[in-house]
Design a protein around this ligand. Structure first.
Ligand code: KG4
Ligand code: ZN
Length: 368
């Protein structure tokens, strides 16, 4: 959110959220009450089939699909909620970081509704949506440590309060999910690659191929996956790609990612102190991976921390998290900003970004 908060409002507040920053066209209506979060509707149209042939998200195709779908998806979300637009207090839309074409479609849709209804438009940082996503389904009081690990992001964040986020570490090159997708593509396993690599890995030997764990033994919480991805590519080219070889590469690659994520998260958790006990939240599509999840469960157990994994639907891209971020800000007094601009790069933690000009805070290969 960009604007300063005014005086807090009284619950309940009802917010329409729109998410279009990558390859999901999503809209949802959320009501925030004293009792917690009520999801009144939750519509997600995934474009996976449109991008499958290319082995990755094609920005132009994504933008066109969002433009074709946004109005229907939003109309369905309002209808499923059993509401009229007049019943909604504010409209929130992802305003970055993300693929600019999609972000523009979502913002324009949200702004048009805001203008037509006279309701406030709330520009939401997509990363803030992920950061708040554990609060959708259960009480998850601040503060908590968040590992956000998806196709576009890989970072450790200290979520201290609404609008108060500190980036503790992030990938310095590729996101972990991106590395999964590229490795799968090179083995001809289809898109999205993560689930396919996991399936192959189930039949492979995780120690069969010696793959690097870049930055693992360096101090600090930054991560790197580019060298691992390149080493996996070399292993793919080095020998006949039998089903057994594919399974061994997949298992060895997955083990390396699990090592990197769990080592850095363990380090972050050991530095992390909170008055109310430690909570580790893992969000993003890669959190669906069972090997990675169990490695992170071990990390949490060793640190006597609670591991919270939002249900997959709300841990991958969705509009409920955007509506919730909007609702939390609206409740805190945000007044809306129709002049907000789309930001393809928008670090959540502006202070860290300012201190480190190389930090892009974007997605899809940017340092995020
Ligand atoms: O959060 P998400 O749906 O979208 C964004 O990228 O923002 O995450 C998608 C990513 C993809 O890179 C996908 O390959 C990866 O999450 N992924 C997985 C698994 N399921 C999805 N990676 C590893 N193992 C999985 N089971
Ligand atoms: Zn995301």
């Amino acid at each position: 959110m960009e604007q300063a908060h005014k005086s807090p409002r009284k619950p309940p507040v009802t917010v329409l959220g729109i998410e279009t920053s990558c390859d999901e066209t999503a809209a949802a209506v959320v009501r925030l009450e004293n009792m917690g979060v009520q999801i009144l509707s939750d519509v997600i149209h995934t474009q996976t089939d449109d991008h499958a042939a290319y082995g990755g998200v094609v920005p132009e195709i994504a933008a066109r699909a969002h433009a074709e779908l946004a109005d229907t998806v939003v109309a369905r979300a309002v209808q499923d909620a059993g509401l009229e637009l007049a019943d909604i207090d504010a409209i929130a839309a992802t305003s970055g970081p993300g693929l600019i074409g999609g972000v523009l479609v979502g913002m324009m849709t949200g702004k048009a509704i805001a203008m037509a209804t006279g309701k406030p438009f709330l520009p939401i940082n997509h990363l803030e949506g992920h950061a708040l996503s554990p609060r959708i389904g259960q009480p998850c009081p601040f503060p908590y440590l968040l590992l956000l690990v998806s196709g576009g992001h890989c970072q450790l964040l200290d979520v201290r309060g609404l609008g108060d986020y500190k980036r503790l570490g992030s990938t310095i090159d590729d996101a972990a999910g991106e590395a999964f997708d590229k490795t799968a593509k090179l083995m001809g396993l289809g898109f999205p690659g993560g689930p396919a690599v996991e399936t192959y890995a189930n039949n492979g030997n995780p120690t069969a191929i010696d793959l690097p764990r870049p930055l693992l033994n360096r101090p600090g919480l930054d991560m790197s996956f580019a060298g691992l991805k390149t080493a996996a590519a070399r292993a793919i080219e080095a020998a006949l790609l039998t089903e057994t070889r594919k399974a061994d590469i997949a298992a060895s690659f997955q083990a390396a990612v699990a090592d990197i994520l769990s080592t850095k998260t363990a380090r972050a958790l050991s530095d992390y102190s909170s008055g109310t006990g430690k909570r580790l939240v893992v969000a993003g599509g890669v959190a669906a991976n069972k090997t990675i999840r169990s490695a992170l469960q071990d990390v949490a157990d060793k640190a006597s921390a609670e591991l919270i994994c939002p249900p997959l639907r709300h841990c991958t891209d969705n509009a409920v998290m955007i509506a919730l971020a909007g609702a939390e800000h609206y409740l805190a007094g945000a007044s809306g900003n129709l002049a907000a601009k789309a930001k393809p790069r928008w670090p959540l933690d502006e202070a860290s970004a300012a201190a480190d000009p190389a930090y892009g805070g974007g997605k899809r290969g940017a340092k995020a």
